[in-house]
Structure formats: C-alpha cells, structure tokens
Design a protein around this ligand. Sequence first.
Ligand code: C5P
Length: 223
Amino acid sequence: MIPVITIDGPVSSGKGTVARRVATGLGWHLLDSGALYRVLGLHAERRGVALDDEMRLVDLAEQLPVEFREGGNDTAVLLDGEDVGQIIREERVGELASQVAVLQPVRDALFARQRAFAQRPGLVADGRDMGTVVFRDAPLKIFLTASAEERARRRLGQLKEKGFDANLATLIEDIRTRDERDMQRAVAPLKPAPDAVEIDSTELSVDQVVERILDEAGARSLT
Ligand code: C5P
C-alpha cells in the first residue's frame, strides 16, 4: 500500500501551497490535479475544440501531452514540451478548466493518469475530488476551507506578486461563481469525504495548517 494524503477544497483555500509543503516535509510526490484540468482547458482552446464537445475533449484528455517535472520549490508543467506553468495560472485558464471539469467522461479519461502519481514513498494529492473519487482509499483526507473574502485576498496577493493586474471585488465574484459551479455540478462535486478532517484556514497561517496535517499523518503512523 502506497500512502496517500488527499487535500481537497475550494479555489484559493491554500491547498496548493500547503500540499507542496506537506509533500516536501515528508519527501513524498505531489499531484496538482487542478493543473491537469487547466492544461486540458488550455490545450482544447489552442486546438479550437469547443468546451462542450465531449468526444473530442475525451480524445484530448487521453492523449494529453503533459509532463510534470518535480523540482524542489516548483513543478515545471510542460505541454507539448512548452513550459506552460505561468499561463495555466491565469484566471481565464482556471475558467476553461472548470468548464471541462463538469464532463464525467473527461474526468474518467484523467482518472488513471491521476492514480499513476501514487508512487513510493507516498503521495500528496491536491484537488476537488481526491478524497471522494480518485483516492477514496487514502488513509488521510483533508478538506481545507477559508472564507471567500479571505481567499480572494490571498489570490490578489499571489496575482500581484506575479505581476498580474486584478481587482478584489471581481475576484470575490469569480471565486463565488467557481465555488458554485464546483459544488453544484452533478459529477464529482466539491464536498468533504465523510472521513475527511476539515480545516478552516481563515485564521490560520500556512505553517499552522501544515503542522496540523503532519500531526494527523503522524497520528495515523504515516510518517
Ligand atoms: O485547483 P485549481 O484552481 O487549479 O483547479 C482548476 C479547476 O479545475 C477547478 O475550478 C475545478 O473546476 C477543476 N478541478 C476539478 N477536480 C480536481 C481539480 C480541479 O474539477 N480534482
């Protein structure tokens, strides 16, 4: 059994940062499943495939020429050999991702690819349905939340750091729309697994959240 820690939660809940820190702390692999959906959305756009053309999207998902190269602080994301790490973080691409992600056959097409990330000594998987669908058998599942306002503030900080322009009110609105779509969709809706540990990070630092998760992992003899 390869141990897996799943970290699910809404957009900008801090999953990405926390998942990377936990993976680095344990020396485990990392799966950023959102990046897969983002790359697929971008690939579809570039190939001129409509976001509701299920059959062609499934084809693209099955053949997706994506490669993740794990580095210390970062993972390079290559699409057809091109580094798209920066582009896929744009809000526009998040929107594309969220649209292709509502299609069950597309999710099925990405399922095996995600499972394949479970390699020794262990995996930290971040996304929306890691604990409920993809790694239902994981020994530790985290559901990370924070208020929409706090998440928008964090997102604004990240965007500004990267030199993108953004506006807080618009970001709050975008986050609410995306939450709504992710939670209301018929397939793999965003929700905590029944056996998930819920952590509200509105008032917590990244360090505190990471510590809490490592404690939970220790309590399950995963470390
Ligand atoms: O986590 P991130 O913001 O990168 O994800 C982008 C979009 O991909 C999400 O809004 C969601 O619709 C979709 N997604 C998903 N299932 C996952 C990860 C992401 O549906 N496991």
